[in-house]
Design a protein around this ligand. Structure first.
Ligand SMILES: Nc1ncnc2c1ncn2[C@@H]1O[C@H](COP(=O)(O)OP(=O)(O)OP(=O)(O)O)[C@@H](O)[C@H]1O
Ligand SMILES: [Mg+2]
Length: 241
């Protein structure tokens, strides 16, 4: 049994054509792993497949000896994998409190309470916003609630697609250390980021996906030292400075 979420040889079609081709990624407990790649490479497709929202045609998604490929989203969640899809939204007319309660409805009352309390330790600023509707929060605060929703179930693995999308750099600076803190508590974190340098600064291991295939895997330090590898994957040269 392994604490690593092991994705092996995953094939995923969308709209009748293959999108992911034999994708293999490890997401070990207690570490941040990052997945980089240009638009349309298949990053969100992988996230949705892990979460049980998209069917795959081959491969395996294994956590602790449990095969989760093809499992329904509730089963994936129930086995300790929390997925934050790209552009996840809150229920705008519900309060912060109710948005967190909605996200923990499948837990026992005691687990929900403990999970929400531990998520709030990561984002103490949300306590002041507790009774406000989600729509009245800033973009950064909304993203904090989205992360708190995912973390409140005390997942073993959390997969976050485009954490910093649309957020100001100062907000990104606030959120990234939280992901480090989460990993230091033993959670396996997969971070998908448009800002390669931000993700590479935090990650242990990095993968680059292009055209639905993993084109590179190695330590994040190797990629930091060889930004040309990332630039090549982004074809026109992404800004990795
Ligand atoms: N709903 C869909 N139906 C059919 N094909 C889709 C659908 N969504 C995405 N695709 C295709 O799947 C491929 C991978 O898209 P995906 O959204 O996974 O890429 P991505 O790496 O997340 O890109 P981005 O950086 O823009 O978020 C693309 O070729 C895209 O055109
Ligand atoms: Mg995407």
């Amino acid at each position: 049994m392994s604490d690593t979420l092991q994705i092996r040889d995953l094939d995923v079609p969308r709209g009748g054509r293959p999108v992911l081709h034999g994708v293999s990624i490890d997401i070990p407990a207690g570490e941040i792993t990052t997945l980089l790649g240009p638009n349309g490479a298949g990053k969100s497709t992988l996230v949705l497949t892990i979460g049980g929202a998209l069917p795959s045609t081959a491969g395996s998604i294994d956590l602790g000896g449990v095969e989760l490929r093809g499992a329904k989203p509730e089963k994936v969640r129930g086995n300790g994998i929390a997925v934050v899809p790209e552009g996840r939204r809150l229920l705008p007319n519900l309060t912060v409190e109710d948005n967190l309660k909605v996200a923990t409805y499948n837990l026992s009352a005691a687990d929900a309470k403990a999970g929400i309390a531990s998520a709030l330790e990561l984002f103490p600023e949300l306590e002041k916003r507790w009774e406000l509707t989600a729509r009245s929060l800033s973009g950064g605060e909304q993203q904090m609630v989205v992360l708190a929703q995912a973390l409140a179930s005390k997942p073993k693995v959390v997969v976050v697609d485009e954490l910093s999308l649309g957020l100001a750099p100062v907000v990104v600076k606030r959120l990234m250390p939280v992901m480090e803190q989460v990993a230091s508590q033993g959670v396996g974190v997969l971070l998908i980021e448009q800002f390669a340098h931000v993700a590479l600064a935090l990650a242990n291991k990095a993968y680059v996906i292009e055209g639905g295939r993993i084109q590179y895997s190695g330590t994040a330090a190797e990629l930091r030292d060889n930004p040309d590898i990332v630039k090549a994957a982004y074809l026109l040269g992404a800004d990795v400075d």
